[in-house]
Write a protein of this length. Sequence first.
Lengths: 281, 157
Amino acid sequence: MFEYHEPRSLAEVTSLLAAHGEAAKVLAGGTDLLVQIRKGRHQPRHLLNIKTVPGLDQVNFAEDCVEIGAAVTLHDGEKFLSAYPEYAVLCRAMHSVASCQIRNRATLAGNVCNASPAADTVPALVVLGANVKIHGTHGDRLVPVDRFLTGPGRTVLLTGEVVSAIVLPRMNGGGGRGVFLRKARRPSLDLATANVAVYAAGESCRIALGAVGPTVIRVREAERLLARQGLTAATAAEAARLARSAAKPITDVRGSDEYRLDLVSALTEQALLTLAMEVRA
Amino acid sequence: MKTITLTVNGRPEKLTLSPHRTLLDVLREDLGLTGAKRGCEAGECGACTVILNGRPVNSCLVLAVELDGADVLTVEGLGGPEGLDPLQQSFVDNFALQCGYCTPGMILMGKALLAKNPRPSEDEVKEFISGNLCRCTGYENIVKAIMAVAAGGERHG
C-alpha cells in the first residue's frame, strides 16, 4: 500500500524523492509501474504523480532544441512531431510501442526511464542525438540517452533526481532522415526481438541497435565506414555485417542469440537501403 | 483516502477512494458497471478498455485517484432507450461475438476509431484493435462489423 502524492512543481518532486529515497516511485503513464507493483516487483510506499506538475505535458520548440516534457504520452509525442519529417524515425518508434490504449497513457520519458533493453524509442532517440533532462535539488543536467542507460532497468539517475524532459536537437535545414525497423513475434504488444534505427544527415550516418545487448548499441565502426564511402548497396551490406559483430544478444523466449544476430544484420541492411531511397527522394 | 468527482457515461459521480484502486476496480465494484472486463491486468488483452477523456485506455492501468474531473465512457454508455448504438447492432448483425468477454473493449475501440477516422481501411481497423485479444471469433467478423458501420456512414453521409 502506498501514499499517493500530486506534486505541483519539480522542486516538490525532488524534495519528496530526496526525503523518501528508494521508497518513492515516480508515476508518469503508469503502464509499466502499475504492472510491476501488481506483480510485487516494486513495493513503493510513496507514489508521485508527475502528471500534476504544470507544463510537463507540453512539447516546447526552442531555437536549438525540442523539449518533450516527461508527462507527454507516446500518442501526443507522435502527433506533435509528425509534421517534421526529420523526426519520422522517432514517430515510427513511438508508434511501435505496445498498443493504442498503452500509447494513450505511456510516456516517452517513461519508455526511456524503464531502461528496458528492448525499448523501441531508445535506438531512435540515440540516432537523433537526444538528451535526457534531469532535475535535481542542485538544478538541471543533460545526459545523452545512451549514457543515461547503464543496464537493464538501470540508469544514472541519483536519489532525489527526476527526468523532466527528453530533449531533441533541432535538425534545422539539415534535411536529415531516419528509418526505424523492428521485428517481434507479433506486430503489437510484444517487445521487440530486435530493433534498429538509422539516421543520415549530410555525410554522417548513425546506427543504433536495441534488444541485442544490456543497453542500446551504437555501431560506430559502420558509421565511420558510411561517412568515408557513402551509402550504397555494398556499404549497407558491410555495415550490416559490422552491426552483427557489434551485437551481444542473449537467448530468451523471444528468440535465440543466433536468430537475433541474423535479425540485426537483416534489419540494419534493410533500414539503410530504405534510408538511401528516402534521402534520394 | 482521496475524494474525486468525475463523469461516467454522462453522470457525475463523487467517490472517496484508496489510492491503490484502479479505474477498473471502481467501475466494476463501486459503480456496478461490469461491461469493462478484468482480463490480464497487465495491459495486454484490452478487455478492460474504456474511453477516458475521449481516448481508449486500459482501465486496469489507471489509478482512479488520478481521475478528478475526468470523463469516462464505458460500453454501458452506448445506445439508449431507442435501441443499440449502430456499432453494437453491427456486432450483432455480423456475428462478431461468441463468449462476449472481449466485446465491450472491441466495440469501444471501434467507436474511438470511427470518431477520428470515419472511413478506415481494413488494415487500419486491424491495427487499431491490435491491443484487444479475442479467443472466439478469429477477428474476421469483428473487423467486418466495424467496416460495415464505416461503410454505412458513407451511404448516409
